[in-house]
Design a protein around this ligand. Structure first.
Ligand SMILES: C[S@@+](CC[C@H](N)C(=O)[O-])C[C@H]1O[C@@H](n2cnc3c(N)ncnc32)[C@H](O)[C@@H]1O
Length: 316
């Protein structure tokens, strides 16, 4: 069990709260009809993930049940891409999928499951997702892949020049792949929810570069590629107060986590996407810092924290 942020050891079930609409969706997903049974099930699976696997603050707040991808301004366009049968080469990647709530929701909303990839470094979270959503071996076609986005043998950011090489429309296989190498330049939607804010500044730049290497370059007018996400940001950009820096460190590098503002975020992507622009592709960057949905979510305590919703749209 990992606890890099010094979080409470026990899950507080009293923090569980879902709207009737959300409960109805979980009931469809899990096929558990009884409301009390469903609530108990979701709490118990969350307890397992939080107490036995990784003490993420969002698990403590039951944030993994919020369908956060649906809150993104681009969600409607992403769903539209998923149901666009005139775009046979469409594939969606949910990177840092954890228990796979967002990947499953986008399938419920119309994406063909065999075109949705959920990737996470932590196999136990993917496995808990299978129990949480009561998957049978054949009931869920989403391709969940265990892998480290920073491992070159999993995703090689230098594969960018191969972007133009791939034209075949379908490459799904029965077994999940063990690397994403053959996906370089293939994903038409890439979502990163609460992922970037786990890392120091250089690592976030590296992550962005890797996601860009996986993104499909658009070949048809009006059919863009989306890289989009949300994470804790800060206005102005910077680090948490010195006395708290130890609490929020990048567990990989040991360095302090950098919180981007909307402006520094756009600057980073603008620099990274220069090569894409050179290939004649338009890059539309959006980043918006919003307040937290609830006062409690803000309770980590920093006035400067914001929710950063962002997107990188590649168009012809
Ligand atoms: C805070 S959770 C966010 C989960 C979900 N995307 C959400 O929005 O609620 C971050 C997830 O990223 C995964 N992760 C962290 N480092 C990773 C890496 N190097 N490669 C792939 N996944 C990673 C973690 O295991 C965890 O499931």
């Amino acid at each position: 069990m990992s606890d890099p942020y010094g979080m409470p050891s026990r899950l507080d079930a009293s923090k569980f709260s879902l709207t009737p609409d959300a409960l109805a969706i979980f009931s469809r997903m899990t096929r558990i009809r009884d409301e009390e049974q469903l609530k108990t099930h979701l709490i118990e699976q969350t307890r397992k993930a939080y107490e036995e696997v990784y003490r993420y603050p969002c698990l403590l707040k039951f944030g993994h049940l919020d369908f956060r991808m649906t809150m993104h301004p681009l969600y409607g366009a992403v769903v539209k891409q998923g149901i666009d049968t005139s775009r046979p080469g469409r594939f969606l990647l949910d990177i840092g999928t954890a228990v796979g709530t967002d990947a499953r929701r986008v399938v419920l909303d119309g994406w063909p499951s065999e075109r949705v990839y959920g990737v996470d470094i932590n196999k136990k979270l993917i496995d808990i997702g299978r129990s949480m959503f009561c998957d049978s071996p054949f009931s869920n076609g989403i391709i969940f892949v265990v892998g480290d986005i920073f491992a070159d043998k999993f995703v090689d950011p230098s594969l960018q020049p191969s972007w133009q090489k791939f034209h075949s429309n379908s490459f799904s296989s029965l077994r999940p792949p063990s690397t994403l190498h053959c996906f370089a330049g293939r994903f038409t939607s890439i979502y990163a929810g609460s992922l970037f804010h786990l890392f120091d500044r250089e690592t976030q730049t590296d992550l962005a570069k890797r996601l860009l290497s996986l993104a499909a370059l658009p070949t048809v007018k009006g059919k863009p590629t989306f890289i989009f996400g949300r994470q804790v940001g800060r206005e102005p950009a910077g680090y948490d107060p010195v006395e708290d820096i130890d609490k929020w460190r990048d567990v990989r590098s040991g360095k302090a986590i950098f919180r981007h503002s909307a402006d520094t975020w756009k600057l980073m992507w603008s620099e990274l996407s220069a090569a894409v622009k050179d290939a004649g592709i338009k890059v539309v960057l959006n980043a918006e810092s919003k307040g937290f949905e609830t006062a409690e979510e803000h309770a980590r305590g920093y006035e400067e924290h914001r929710l950063l919703y962002w997107s990188v749209e590649l168009t012809m």
